[in-house]
Structure formats: structure tokens, C-alpha cells
Design a protein. Structure first.
Length: 115
């Protein structure tokens, strides 16, 4: 037995849901930001390596045991190179990781044969 009353129900998608296009845009943005984050991480890592090496070498030549064994001319050469790199680091913002790596290799080529 039925009551004879008819009712219609309409279901609409009024909730704040993302369309597939919006989802695709968000995925592309995430990939773009990941690449930027990776590049930034690489720059910071290269800068940290250069800073650490510079300060470690400066501490080493100022150490009585190591610094006393160096000829004054060689010690000055290393000290000048280190100070030049530290001043360069203090005077700039982030540059390409390759530039940091190049500075590190140059400083290592000066310090490693001597120390």
C-alpha cells in the first residue's frame, strides 16, 4: 500500500571539491616547486661546504701546532686566499651552486698541497 505522495530528491555537488583540472594544476605546481626546492638545497649545501672548509682551514693555520710548521710565505698565501673567500661569502646572496663549488675547488687547490 502506498500513500500516493511523490517526492523528488536532487543531489548537487555544492561542496568545495577540486575539479580534475585543478588537481592537475596543483600537481604541476608541486613538481615545479620540488625542482626549485632541490636547486635551493643544492646551493645551500655548496655554500655550507665552502664556508666549513674556509673556517676549518683558517682555524688550522691559526692553530699553534699546524701554523707554526708553515713557512710564513705559504701561511700568508693560504690566509689571504681564505680571507678573500670569506669576504666574498659575506658580501653576496645565493649564487649558483657551481660558483660555490668552483670557489671551493680553487681554495682546496691552494690549501691542500701546503697543509
Amino acid at each position: 500500500m502506498t500513500t500516493g505522495v511523490k517526492r523528488n530528491i536532487t543531489i548537487t555537488n555544492d561542496k568545495a571539491r577540486l575539479s580534475s583540472e585543478e588537481i592537475n594544476i596543483m600537481v604541476q605546481d608541486a613538481e615545479t616547486y620540488k625542482a626549485e626546492d632541490d636547486e635551493h638545497r643544492k646551493k645551500v649545501k655548496a655554500k655550507d661546504a665552502l664556508e666549513n672548509y674556509s673556517y676549518n682551514m683558517r682555524n688550522a693555520i691559526n692553530n699553534e701546532k699546524i701554523g707554526a710548521k708553515l713557512a710564513p710565505k705559504r701561511k700568508k698565501k693560504i690566509k689571504d686566499a681564505i680571507e678573500q673567500v670569506i669576504e666574498w661569502l659575506d658580501g653576496l646572496q645565493l649564487v649558483d651552486s657551481e660558483e660555490y663549488e668552483g670557489k671551493l675547488k680553487k681554495l682546496e687547490s691552494i690549501c691542500n698541497p701546503i697543509i
